[in-house]
Structure formats: structure tokens, C-alpha cells
Design a binder for this molecule. Structure first.
Ligand SMILES: Nc1ncnc2c1ncn2[C@@H]1O[C@H](COP(=O)(O)OP(=O)(O)O)[C@@H](O)[C@H]1O
Ligand SMILES: [Mg+2]
Length: 272
């Protein structure tokens, strides 16, 4: 791809005390791409995402997001300006429990972007329709299922009109029957050309939607390539072994049948 990457990590090293967590990460994401990061627990995936948003600062290496060198940002204002451009959705939805769904989407655009209330509400309703949650605009987060809350959390990230969105295991805490509706929303975003970086355990989904897949192991990128290459013809023994476990043994690990999102297409329909 000829264009400059939207996100570019070069030789990024990060340690927590003696624990060397990132040992020279190189990673590129181009505008409009869906890029997945897969790998064993503790291999540094979340740390990579947190570095991209400036939440963590590596000891060395370069991280560029749309022409901004993240390590040069120091003031709170500079970091807030980066975080406006980079949406982040976590495993835990972190919606404000005392605010309605609509207010959860209105608050940051009003406070951070200084938008007019009417404009912020109009956009919020539009985004809720996009994630098929407009009928719950006046409900409170506690009244929603996990999948519904996560769809609201995605709409809330979109309300800042970010240039890209990072998803960190956003379906890991959900009941299996609500995973599909959240994945559907993410799939639609990638189809619309939103730049997305996903850390996920949903291997079939990652294979299906990703332009590029990175496999992390022990603080390094062991292998990266097209989804087809990584999932069908992995070069690295560790990738192969990881995928074998992730694709076949997952049900044992979680103590229930593996929630294969493609085994039952009805799970892609949105429950309301
Ligand atoms: N805030 C932190 N302080 C100390 N150690 C951390 C912190 N966050 C992550 N780690 C350590 O960094 C390593 C990688 O963690 P993480 O990036 O969360 O891995 P993954 O997302 O791939 O499971 C782990 O050994 C974890 O214990
Ligand atoms: Mg993680």
C-alpha cells in the first residue's frame, strides 16, 4: 500500500520494572484497514493499544499516529487531543451508570468538543440507530444486556468522530449469545472503511474481517501477514500451535462449548 501508515510503531520497547513487556514492536496500520492482534495472554497486546493512545509511554522507539509522534506529547491538552482522534473500546464497557444511554453519548462531545446540545443529541441518536440501540436511548446502562452496553460503548466512541478505533477484547466479558451482535457492529464499521485495530480471541471473526493480522508472543511480533496467510499457512511454529489451541480447545478453557460465531448465523441478527 503506497500511502503513509495512519499508525506506525517502530522498535517500541516498554518495561514495567524488570518485566520487559514490549521488546521491539513494529506495526503499521493504514487508513481504512482492519488489523487484528492475536496472541497468548500476557504477550503485550493491550500494552500495544495503550501505547497508541498515549496511556502508556514506552522507554524507547517511535509511535506515530497520523503524523503525530506520540512520545513528544506531554501536556494533558496534547494527550486529550490525541485521544479525540483515537477511539478506544475496552472489555469492560465503562458506561456512566447514572446517565441514560443518550447522555452517555452526549457528554464527551459537549464537554470536550464544545458541541451544542441539539447537535450532540442529533448525532447521538444517529449513532444509536447505527448500532441498533435507538430504542434504548432513555434507558440506563444497568437495564441493558452486556452486548447492548457494548454496542452503546462503541457508539460513544464514534461520537468523538475518531480517525480510528481500537477494540481490546470487547466481546470477552459477554454472554455467548450477545457476542454476535457486537461483532456485527464492528464488521459494519470495517466495511464502511473505519480504520480498526482489534485485539480479539474471536479467531474466526479476525480471519474473516482483517486485512492484516499480527501474532504477538512474549513482547514481540512473531509473525504478521494477511488473514489468509496467518490462519491458513502460518510460517511460525508458535503461531500454528497458538491457533490450534485457540480454534479447537477453546471450549475446554472456558468450560462451555466454543462460541463459534459462524456456527449459527442467527447470532448475527441483532436482538432488541
Ligand atoms: N500497569 C501494569 N503494571 C505492571 N505490569 C503490567 C501492567 N500492565 C500490564 N503488565 C504486564 O505486562 C504484560 C503484558 O500485559 P498485556 O499487554 O496486558 O498482555 P495481553 O493484553 O497480551 O494479555 C503482562 O506480564 C502484565 O502482567
Ligand atoms: Mg489484554
Amino acid at each position: 500500500m503506497p500511502s503513509e501508515p495512519l499508525i506506525s510503531l517502530r522498535d517500541v520497547h516498554l518495561a514495567f520494572g524488570d518485566n520487559r513487556v514490549l521488546k521491539g514492536i513494529n506495526l503499521d496500520v493504514h487508513k481504512g484497514q482492519a488489523v487484528s492482534i492475536i496472541g497468548p495472554s500476557g504477550s503485550g497486546k493491550s500494552t500495544i493499544l495503550r501505547c497508541i493512545t498515549g496511556l502508556l509511554r514506552p522507554q524507547s522507539g517511535s509511535i506515530r499516529v497520523g503524523g503525530t509522534e506520540v512520545s513528544t506529547l506531554h501536556t494533558e491538552a496534547e494527550l486529550i487531543s490525541l485521544r479525540k482522534r483515537v477511539g478506544f473500546v475496552f472489555q469492560q464497557f465503562n458506561l456512566f451508570p447514572h446517565l441514560s444511554v443518550l447522555e452517555n453519548l452526549v457528554i464527551a462531545p459537549r464537554k470536550v468538543m464544545r458541541r451544542e446540545r441539539a447537535e450532540a443529541e442529533r448525532q447521538a441518536l444517529e449513532l444509536l440507530a447505527k448500532v441498533r440501540m435507538e430504542h434504548k436511548a432513555h434507558a440506563y446502562p444497568g437495564q441493558l444486556s452486556g452486548g447492548q452496553q457494548q454496542r452503546v460503548a462503541i457508539a460513544r466512541a464514534l461520537a468523538m468522530r475518531p480517525e480510528l478505533i481500537l477494540f481490546d477484547e470487547v466481546t470477552s466479558a459477554l454472554d455467548p449469545e450477545t457476542v454476535g451482535e457486537v461483532l456485527t457492529v464492528i464488521r459494519e464499521l470495517t466495511e464502511e472503511g473505519m480504520t480498526c485495530v482489534l485485539v480479539t480471541h474471536e479467531m474466526r471473526f479476525a480471519e474473516d474481517i482483517s486485512d492484516v493480522v499480527y501474532f504477538t508472543e512474549n513482547g514481540l511480533i512473531a509473525e504478521h501477514g494477511s488473514a489468509e496467510q496467518i490462519f491458513q499457512h502460518p510460517h511460525n511454529d508458535r503461531t500454528r500451535e497458538f491457533l490450534r489451541h485457540a480454534l479447537h480447545d477453546r471450549g475446554q478453557r472456558v468450560g462451555k462449548p466454543a462460541p463459534d460465531v459462524f456456527s449459527n448465523l442467527s447470532r448475527f441478527s441483532i436482538s432488541v
